[in-house]
Design a protein around this ligand. Structure first.
Ligand code: PLP
Length: 357
């Protein structure tokens, strides 16, 4: 027996091919790669958070169910508090959903879509089944329903507006899937504050619907990691089995409460982002050889005549970070987040140069 200890020999075989999620941290760049809110956190809300923090004792564990925050989310969404679960970003809740319902079963994903459904399914030991979107990135509703007929199907992930394509799925199409499936249908509405119709009204009718939301995009709290699930209370009770007891720290609970208490301030920022999205979309669509895809989110997917990697690298050399999405169905595509007006202008200026326009 060799005396060199190799942890790789002990790792779960089904994790061998899982590549750790890698994010390169770049400083001093214009950051248009992660669909965050580009504006500074409103100073008045920041001050209120600091003031409240002064009264806080950090020696005690946080509220395990973030009760006060749930009441405010209930006020914001109209969903009763017993149908809400808060988490350490919606990423954590995707894993919680899959650990509770997915392990050992099949999970349906509709690529191209958010990569973490596949990653967390693997971590949870679930098998993913792909039902690719159509050429225009609409859902293949019939295909999803057909794939869900397999009795091992536990969870179906839909993302609306979809990351990275930007298009939203009409609630009628989600309802069609809900009606024809006995699995859990998760609609990730991470970008809903920017557009698309919410599926919240369907919650009353369909006990197998789960909606995922986040504070990381429109509400500017990506750094504090707050997300939530909206669902039937019976689904939430099952999720409590696998949730970490103190998953959402006290600071983040407090900050998210303050954000919702002042949500009209974020409404103004969202308005600005939406105006700038239209401007950026128009400008991109006017570039010869560039194909731009319609969006209901705070980002835009586009296809260039040059290889996406070349465009990505040359923008990076100019201090602008966007996402290279090149892959199946997204050949030569990149995704740019709507930034502040000056950032969008600089991005367009550099992109034009790179494309020789
Ligand atoms: C569709 C979608 N869902 C969930 C997330 C993760 O959000 P959170 O920061 O709440 O983990 C993202 C982040 O990019 C996303 O695009």
């Amino acid at each position: 027996m060799s005396d060199i200890f190799d942890p790789a020999a002990l790792v779960r075989p089904d994790l061998e091919e899982l590549i750790p999620y890698q994010v390169q941290v770049h400083h001093n760049v214009i950051k248009l790669d992660a669909n965050e809110n580009p504006y500074d956190f409103p100073p008045s809300i920041r001050e209120e958070i600091w003031r409240e923090l002064g009264n806080h004792t950090f020696t005690r564990y946080p509220d395990p169910v973030a009760g006060e925050l749930l009441e405010q989310i209930s006020d914001y969404t109209g969903v009763p508090a017993d149908g809400i679960l808060a988490g350490n970003g919606s990423d954590e809740l995707i894993l919680t959903l899959l650990l509770t319902f997915g392990t050992g079963g099949r999970v349906i994903i509709t690529p191209p879509t958010f990569s973490m459904y596949e990653v967390h399914a693997r971590i949870a030991g679930a098998r993913t089944v792909n039902v690719p979107r159509k050429g225009n990135f609409d859902l293949d509703v019939r295909g999803v329903i057909a794939a869900a007929k397999n009795p091992d199907t536990r969870v179906i992930f839909l993302c609306s507006p979809n990351n990275p394509t930007g298009n939203a799925t009409p609630p009628e199409e989600v309802a069609e899937i809900l009606k024809n499936s006995r699995s859990l249908v998760v609609v990730d509405e991470a970008y809903q504050e920017f557009g698309g119709e919410s599926c919240i009204p369907l919650l009353m009718e369909y006990p197998n619907l789960v909606i995922l939301r986040t504070f990381s995009k429109a509400f500017g709290l990506a750094g504090l990691r707050v997300g939530y699930v909206l669902a039937n209370p019976a689904v939430v009770r099952q999720l409590l089995r696998t949730k970490q007891p103190f998953n959402l720290n006290a600071f983040s609970q407090l900050a998210a409460r303050m954000v919702l208490a002042h949500r009209e301030e974020f409404g103004r920022l969202i308005e600005l982002i939406l105006q700038d999205r239209e401007e950026l979309y128009r400008e991109l669509a006017g570039l010869p050889g560039v194909e731009v895809f319609p969006t209901a989110a705070n980002f835009i997917l586009f296809r260039t005549p040059l290889p996406a990697e070349q465009v990505y690298r040359e923008l990076m050399a100019n201090g602008i970070l966007i996402r290279n999405m090149h892959g199946p169905g997204l050949e030569q595509c990149l995704r740019v987040t709507v930034g502040r007006r000056d950032e969008n202008r600089l991005f367009l200026e550099k992109l034009k140069k790179i494309l020789g326009l």
